[in-house]
Design a protein around this ligand. Structure first.
Ligand SMILES: *[C@@H]1O[C@H](CO)[C@@H](O)[C@H](O)[C@H]1NC(C)=O
Ligand SMILES: *[C@@H]1O[C@H](CO)[C@@H](O)[C@H](O)[C@H]1NC(C)=O
Length: 315
């Protein structure tokens, strides 16, 4: 249905995006905020860059250009946390910087186990129809009962048949962590792509070769994801404190010889004042309370682009 806009209409001067939205079918609407579109995975992704000329809002990224690397970020969360998913989608959407020469392709997905409740099933289905950014695993919703094992070990089969490898790196993070995508991408530029274990290592004394990386956010190269999927070591011990367990599998299998310790750029929330944050922050963790997430977003100026208008006022 199309309606001609006349000069007497209150929408006499429609914004260009309003017209675009009217013309797009609902299925494309979801993708439009995560352009460009990845035909290979049929899922939206974000292209980020660092350095080079400052991109403008109108610059279109070239979906066909080969990125330096592909990164899958899996945000582990639970079905009922709609509100948090909504806030994170907005926060990450506002960080995307399309440029003509993308250096990384970043796909952000929410990771759920079997959706048991009827009320969640419907809403999650609607979210998938609209955003297409959810992966549902066959597991029980509990970090200590094998969710991380199921996550890594399910990915190779889930992406079978597409590009090889579908991603260079896979991250596991949580819904109480906020990642600064540009800093994350910058920190991975030029890094090894095999045998890689990246994150904030514990204990802090062993900076060079930490036995494990904290669960707030760690990355494995794709070869290690495939190794977890086929390893007896991981299959025999899927349950436990998830971050120490991942380190244990890798150490037992003599894997992940390349360890990148990003301490102190990934850290727990310390407060909302300027000096509570590091200049080159990659991740802030412990943001379960909305107010902590909000203060973190505020510090990193996510709403700087908000235009003044007679139509709203936000202090
Ligand atoms: C999920 O896992 C259970 C137990 O391993 C299995 O019986 C079931 O068939 C799986 N369901 C799906 C949808 O793969
Ligand atoms: C946020 O913006 C203010 C004002 O422009 C600036 O002084 C500050 O450095 C910015 N903060 C960050 C973390 O970029």
């Amino acid at each position: 249905m199309e309606k001609k806009i006349t000069s007497s209409s209150p929408f006499a001067k429609p914004y260009p995006w309003a017209i675009t939205l009217l013309l797009l079918p609902p299925s494309l609407l979801a993708l439009s905020y995560l352009l460009p579109y990845s035909a290979d995975l049929r899922l939206p992704f974000i292209v980020t860059s660092c350095g080079g000329p400052s991109p403008t809002a109108t610059t279109k990224a070239t979906p066909t250009a080969e990125p330096d690397f592909r990164l899958l970020i899996g945000i582990h969360t639970v079905p009922a946390k709609y509100h948090r998913r909504h806030a994170l989608r907005l926060a990450y959407f506002l960080q995307q910087q399309p440029t003509a020469s993308p250096m990384a392709r970043v796909s952000i997905r929410f990771i759920l186990c079997n959706v048991a409740k009827e009320e969640d099933q419907l809403i999650v289905a609607l979210e998938i129809m609209h955003h297409d950014d959810i992966i549902i695993l066959n597991c029980t919703e509990s970090a200590e009962r094998g969710k991380t094992y199921t996550y890594f070990s399910s990915l190779p089969a889930m992406f079978e048949g597409g590009e090889r490898p579908p991603y260079d790196y896979v991250m596991k993070t949580d819904d109480d962590t906020y990642l600064r995508l540009d800093e994350l991408v910058k920190s991975l530029k030029g890094k090894a792509k095999r045998n890689v274990y990246y994150g904030t290592g514990l204990p802090f004394q062993d900076r060079e070769h930490p036995p494990f990386m904290l669960g707030m956010g760690y990355i494995l190269s794709w070869d290690l994801v495939e190794w977890i999927a086929s390893s007896e070591i991981a299959r025999n011990e899927p349950n436990g404190i998830e971050d120490t367990l991942t380190g244990k599998w890798l150490n037992s299998g003599d894997k992940a010889r390349v360890r990148y310790n990003m301490f102190p750029k990934m850290y727990d929330y310390r407060g909302g004042e300027g000096n509570d944050f590091e200049a080159e922050t990659i991740a802030v963790h412990q943001l379960k309370e909305d107010l902590r997430l909000v203060r973190t977003l505020k510090h990193f100026n996510v709403t700087t682009g908000l235009k003044a208008s007679k139509l709203y006022h936000i202090p």
